[in-house]
Design a protein around this ligand. Sequence first.
Ligand code: FES
Length: 629
Amino acid sequence: MNKQSLFHQGELAIQQRADESDIAQRNSVVVKNHIIKGALPFIAQQVLTVISSTDENNQIWTSVLLGQHGFIRALDDQHIVINPQQMISQPADPLWRNIEKNSQVGLVIIELSTRRRLRVNGNISQLDDGQYEVTIAQAYPNCPKYIQRRQPALSNEVLTYKAPEPEFGKALTSTQVELISNSDSFFVGSGVDNHHNDASYRGGEPGFVNVINKHELLIPDYQGNSMFNTLGNFQSNPNAGLVFIDFTDNKLVQLTGTAKILWDQPDDSNNTGGTKRYWRFTIKAWQETQLPTGLNWTFFDYSPHNPKAENVAVLHLQVKDIVQQSEKIKVFRLAGKDGAILPAFEAGAHIPIDVTLSAKHTVQRHYSIISSSHDNRFYDIAVQQEKLGRGGSNHLHEQVEIGEQLTAKPPVNDFSLASSGKHHVLIAGGIGITPILAMVRALSENNESFELHYSVKTSADLAFKDEITQLAGKQAHFYITQDVNGSRLNLPSLLTMENKANHVYVCGPLSLIEAIKDTAHNNGWQPSHIHYESFGSAVHKNDKAIEVKLKKSGKVIVINPKETILAGLLAAKIDVPYECKRGECGMCATEYTQGTADHRDIYLAKEEQAQRLCVCVSRATTSAITLNL
Ligand code: FES
């Protein structure tokens, strides 16, 4: 695809204004003029697709399509087919009349439960058999940040639903104001002439959309993929369409109007997550549609990336106690300074702690909280010393003493228990026991059904055994893989087809997580039932130094055996987006053109790994690798 024509003037202007043009160019490698092979089956697995279209007055509307699995599917890598017979009928939706006049559409095909989504732009036409075909102009997977996980389920009756006439208006009703003020997500459609419409998800903590009055909304614009498709469209054409879903009463509120971008706004409460960017949406008209009761939405959790006011706060902690738990693990009790009560957290949460490696070098390390969430006078963290690691655990083990002051960010939880789970299967590998221990504690305190499988290499690695036995009793199973009489986890027997209503939580090395994901997938488990957090250092004991060559700038950076490619790039002042640093979010995925990658992420599909690698964890099996930077 010709990079020159990939972005239109509006997108280029916004990328430049935000000083993110380089990152946008780099990230644009994901944009194709076809759907990548790995994403084709994903489409037919979805029940939700959002589509934007333009009416005869050039107003944009955003519509929500819900249907049985297969209602939307890929014919090939250039064509998607939508079958209205398999959908909840919404005959009065503006989409149907809009596409008679203007075939430009933008789609976001989204699986909220796994935060996966595919954005597609193209032209739609009706086929002789009544189905609709979208011919692809652009397609790309999209950033999973800020998506709240929930799962729609449709009973068979919804297909015979006769929708009542929608309601229409210009000023929001008080019920709509309440819905929008409390919402945690919506979809936005935008577009420009001669380019294509876009549809996109926007999410945040409940209340992230500010209803200024019955005609205007104020919406923060968080850090994204830097391509600015939506804001770029606003720049060229302010017309936009929003749709809010009432997940409780099954209503759709579609708004059409105009958007204006606001730069450099005061943001003392961190409402924008640091960008200081908002957009103001002025409503011209709305349409409200009742959906059938046979549609149910199960909420799982909020995105851990949602900006929160507290995220900018700094916690001042004091080390109150240190206990040697096992040969390599120390437990540190961190209390609020002067007895201050600490922010609440839930099982699975971790705190980012500032660790000073040298006079000039402070890094942040993340440690799971293992103490009870019912007592927030302190956090207990367990730290395993990695002698060959990057220094954080060595510092805590060797330098930090009782009474020492530490600073940290408030707890973050991207590994929480599913509230809908009836039976929870907890699996820990090695030091991955730490968030799992907090889960054991929470489930046991709440008398919920669970079982624990905890695997270590040697009996010296088996930490917290007494405490676990006390909490979990016979529900705890221990595996010591390198003992003469040791046993191993039997994943196929844990993840049988019959057990697939269970929820599984795994924390441990990437190989364990991959094995569980593969076994669960082969046995028909839903991805939303598999929860994981990787653990351990991104660098391995036998890693060698590698040369990273940057194709565009010609620079060569040597990555030493103890450092990640991402760390080396950042140290060389090469701007690379990143988030999790654990190979889970895909933000740092970078195209490589030469060399053989040693993939250690759990985000990229196999096909994608042939082109890109997650530089926060992956390395090279060759002595050099060339990145398209
Ligand atoms: S930063 Fe998340 S995968 Fe690299």
